[in-house]
Design a binder for this molecule. Structure first.
Ligand code: ASP
Length: 613
């Protein structure tokens, strides 16, 4: 038998069945309560729970005095026996509440200084929690999150292993990869002037593994992207990355659905309904105004352009005449729920997404439209709009007239805001959704530049030869996303696997042949030596665990997260390094002002900036 070390039991495991047993427990002092001169209670905590330890007059006065003087968060070791608590003193809120340890001995293993915040305190700033993350992680919530994360990762690994996948590690020091974000760069002492990039994802390596015959690859890996951060982004994050040879969309969707379902079952005891529903990108945009729709509630958007194209209402009519789209939705009960001020703030949401305004009208008795823009609409138009949106008396019709993209995005954002304000979302639900048939490219409205909507290795369907070159934005990709509750959980695609098509795609993105050779020559070359058709996917594991934990920020499910300024407040990273070390790495550092940054950037300990996303 292995040694029990300094404990025979954890603090959380003692129950009535142990009454009478001699035990040794070790943990952190949660609380000390003095119950008169002859009795001191110490609540002792570890990650399994809390046990009450009683020091009564069976121990010496000196030992009781020592117990009385224990500082919270000190680590102690107690020897004693388990006894039942008297009837009136059972604590039903605690799993160990029927028993206590009657102490016989006490040893302080590590006396704690006064902690910077109390474990039970509610209002502790994120800065303080992250600076003293080891204290924060002692709480039950973060402990549960870390265990949940472990359970999810284990379930994913088991399920992929059972499916014949091999976990293969790929390099961290590598070359810039094209996921569309900025790279983190690492100087090289051995090659002064040259830099490695940290992988934004193992995309190229996993494709090369397919060329290398490793037909079912997966990896739980860290990815690095130097992006502006939000609540659900971190500069380094964890992906479940996978790739399969001889697979198409159907195979990947089935494998990923199954793996995700098993992880959900491990975390929640119940797997989601299968098969997971699917929607094309076009339908998602048209019905929900988003490529990651939250389908936990209705309030769908309708394209009413055809119904208002001849309207007296210039905003609608001119929009349609100019090739735009008028989209409308019915906010249930919105006529009475929202004041003018509320409607103005909803308009503010639409404007944040580029809309010029938000038209509104109330649906009165008998479905008659009232107030707002209703005066510009004929009775026939009004009736048609009520029918198209499925509105009922008391609803509020809201509309955005703009381009396809802006009208969708703006009214889609208003829809999500309505979901929050009208409390339409059931937070216990997990609504998975596959979104398919994305456009291959995005075009930057200002610069006109094309970029890959997914990444440049994504295969595509041309309706006619040459469509890629003549009309790139009309080409549909073979990419797919998995969405849960309006959050993008992951994405993937069937890949290009022949060098000519890959070269055509790079050229369409504006890369010269020299640039293609410099950046991706090795991929193009690998594809010339027998490349199997292949497809893959990557799941954002921080987000997945966040959703399963019912949290709103991925920071809650990461042991040592960074702030919104990409700083680690506990270790104080990033930090300056000695000049000699810089010289050795061949690096000259611009002072913040020269790099166009405020002086506090990169000085996390001093900056103490907000950690909100
Ligand atoms: N590498 C992609 C990403 O990180 C996922 C994939 O296409 O497999 O988004």
């Amino acid at each position: 038998m292995t040694s029990q070390g300094l404990r025979t039991h954890t603090c959380g495991e003692l129950r009535a069945s142990a009454v009478g047993a001699a035990v040794a427990v070790s943990g952190w002092v949660d609380h000390v309560r003095e119950m008169g001169a002859a009795l001191v209670f110490v609540d002792l905590r570890d990650r399994y729970g809390i046990i009450q330890v009683a020091f009564d007059d069976s121990v010496s006065d000196a030992l009781r005095a020592e117990a009385r003087g224990l500082k919270p968060e000190s680590v102690i070791h107690v020897g004693g026996s388990v006894r039942a608590r008297p009837e009136g003193q059972v604590n039903c809120e605690r799993a160990t509440g029927e028993v206590e340890v009657l102490a016989e001995s006490l040893e302080v293993l590590s006396a704690a200084a006064t902690p910077p915040f109390e474990q039970v305190a509610e209002k502790v700033s994120d800065e303080l929690r992250l600076t003293y993350r080891y204290l924060d992680l002692r709480r039950a919530g973060p402990t549960r999150a870390l265990k949940l994360r472990h359970d999810v990762l284990l379930a994913l690994r088991k399920s992929l292993d059972a499916g014949g996948f091999t976990e293969i590690e790929t390099p961290i020091l590598t070359k810039a990869t094209p996921e569309g974000a900025r790279d983190y760069l690492v100087p090289s002492r051995v090659h002064p002037g040259k830099l490695y990039a940290l992988p934004q994802s193992p995309q190229i390596f996993k494709q090369i593994l397919m060329v290398a015959g490793q037909d079912k690859y997966f990896q739980i890996c860290r990815c690095f992207r130097d992006e502006d951060l939000r609540a659900d982004r971190q500069p380094e994050f964890t992906q479940l990355d996978l790739e399969m040879s001889f697979a198409d969309e159907e195979v990947v969707l089935a494998v990923v659905s199954e793996v995700i379902a098993q992880a959900v079952a491990a975390a929640r005891g119940e797997a989601p309904a299968m098969p997971m529903p699917r929607m094309t990108w076009h339908d998602a945009m048209a019905r929900y105004g988003s490529d990651k729709p939250d389908t936990r509630f209705g309030v769908e958007l309708s394209d009413v352009s055809a119904l208002v194209k001849d309207s007296e209402f210039g905003v609608f009519k001119n929009c349609v005449a100019g090739g735009g789209v008028v989209r409308m939705l019915a906010a249930p009960g919105g006529s009475s729920a929202f004041s003018r001020k509320d409607i103005a703030s909803l308009e503010g949401v639409a404007k944040e997404y580029g809309a010029k305004g938000l038209a509104w009208m109330k649906v009165g008795d008998g479905g008659v439209l009232e107030s707002g823009s209703s005066k510009f609409l004929s009775e026939t138009e009004a009736a048609a709009l009520v029918a198209a949106t499925g509105a009922a008396p008391g609803d509020l019709l809201l509309a955005v007239a703009d381009s396809f993209g802006t009208s969708a995005a703006a009214l889609g954002a208003v829809r999500l805001e309505l979901g929050r304000r009208l409390d339409l979302v059931d937070r216990d639900r997990l609504d998975f959704l596959w979104v398919t048939e994305f456009p291959l490219f995005d075009r930057d409205e200002e610069t006109g530049a094309l970029s890959s909507a997914h990444h440049p290795f994504t295969a595509f369907e041309e309706q006619r030869p040459g469509q890629l070159e003549d009309d790139p934005t009309s080409v549909t990709s073979r990419a797919y996303d998995l969405v849960v509750n309006g959050i993008e959980l992951g994405s993937g695609s069937v890949r290009i696997h022949d060098s000519d098509t890959q070269q055509r795609l790079f050229r369409t993105l504006g890369l010269s042949d020299a640039e293609i050779e410099d950046k991706f020559g090795f991929v193009i070359s690998a594809f010339r030596y027998g490349a199997p058709p292949h497809a893959g996917f990557a799941v954002g594991l921080d987000r997945f665990v966040m959703v399963l934990a019912g949290e709103d920020s991925i920071r809650e499910v990461i042991a040592f997260p960074k702030t919104a300024q990409a700083a680690d407040l506990m270790v104080g990273a990033p930090s300056r390094v000695p000049a000699a070390q810089l010289a050795e790495a061949g690096v000259a550092v611009l002072e913040p002002a020269a790099a166009g940054k405020p002086a506090t950037a990169g000085e996390p300990a001093a900056a103490g900036g907000s950690t909100d996303g």
